[in-house]
Write a protein that binds this ligand. Sequence first.
Ligand code: GLN
Length: 207
Amino acid sequence: MSSVRVGVLALQGDVEEHEYAVKRAAEELGVNVDITRVKRVEHLNGLGVLIIPGGESTTIGSLARRNGLIDRLRDLIINGLPTLGTCAGAIFMAKEVRDSVVGETGQSILGVMDIAVVRNAFGRQGESFESDLEIDGIGIVRSVFIRSPAIIRAWGNTRPLASVMHPRLGNVITAAQENNMLTTAFHPELTTTKIHKYLLEVAMGRQ
Ligand code: GLN
């Protein structure tokens, strides 16, 4: 059986947790995956799926820029590479980013997905929380929010898949899909294989 080459952007953040989650998801689906840690441009060759982990989006952005990855990643994603961005990964993919405290950040982003995000919208590390979220087409997912962004706007072909009521911002989006791009404000890799299975299904043309 042929295998799907999965790249996990491995500049900073919870890379191993995603590797583990996508490996389990593939086993559950009966699909073979071959996982590559993406640090440099040559690691992008032949990818069928890309995962951008959570962590610190300003660090991921500046390392990606330093390693010459920004333009190449952008091209691949715009041309249809199935991509999941979680938390900092979602921020890195968004077209509009601002921070809940400092406002404009000027950080390096890919700017590929029609979403606007507010970084750290749910407060500091100590205000992290978990909740069960209903994700459209995916089901209930235990969702861990760690200094998470809120997706405050989605436009174009972007479809909100889940939302929560934010104390100040009102209803905010916490998961969204735009064609081949999938983002979550939370960390599915810590609790479930459902989102990674969905991503592999997008890659296999089933979603
Ligand atoms: N607050 C982080 C950022 O802005 C994201 C946190 C996370 O990925 N858990 O990049």
